[in-house]
Design a protein around this ligand. Structure first.
Ligand code: MN
Length: 187
């Protein structure tokens, strides 16, 4: 799918929550104006913004992206503006409390992420290239075929070598979002 085909479900998520734009702005740290633009499809958020929204709602990232479009057996690519290319391999499964992404970094590209919600653990498995993971304030070097598990409820990052890097990135949510348990959202 072309990145343009990606549909964000922010409007649905907010409607299900019954919260006002002001309240959501307060809870996510994303401005009311920006949230409004995203809901109306007038602005494509960066992955950093999307993570802020997900964290505010205590939702996994893929809950904000409409993964019901197209052939579910085909990876959905989300290229975030000015940022990294992410494919959803497995959208969030509430029974497993997990979601899996495939991430491509261009040569020497790096991406740092603030802490996700409490208890979130990530795993990275390098498919190609050399990658460094910022874990507990230290960059850990990984080669293709190597993996790393780290606590993602603290700041962390990903940095590719001169050849770029491709890796699988699993997110595990220890506390399943109540939102999902209440069945307010279906993906
Ligand atoms: Mn992360």
């Amino acid at each position: 799918m072309a990145p343009d085909d990606i549909t964000l479900k922010l409007r649905d998520v907010r409607a299900a929550s019954g919260l006002s734009l002001s309240k959501v702005a307060e809870m996510t740290g994303v401005s009311k104006a920006m949230l409004g633009q995203i809901e109306r499809g007038e602005s494509s958020p960066t992955i950093a913004t999307l993570w802020k929204i997900a964290k505010g709602f205590q939702l996994p990232l893929s809950a904000l992206i409409d993964t019901a479009l197209g052939d579910p057996s085909v990876f959905q690519t989300v290229t975030f503006p000015g940022s990294i290319e992410v494919k959803i391999v497995f959208p969030f499964d509430p029974a497993l409390g997990a979601e899996t992404f495939h991430v491509n970094l261009t040569p020497n590209q790096s991406h740092e992420s603030p802490a996700h919600a409490a208890g979130v653990t990530e795993e990275v498995f390098v498919l190609a290239g050399a990658l460094e993971i910022l874990r507990d304030q230290e960059w850990v070097p990984l080669q293709a075929g190597q993996g790393l598990r780290f606590a993602a409820d603290m700041p962390h990052g990903y940095r590719a070598g001169a050849q770029g890097a491709a890796f699988l990135n699993m997110h595990h949510y220890a506390q399943h979002a109540e939102f999902f348990e209440q069945g307010k959202l279906s993906s």
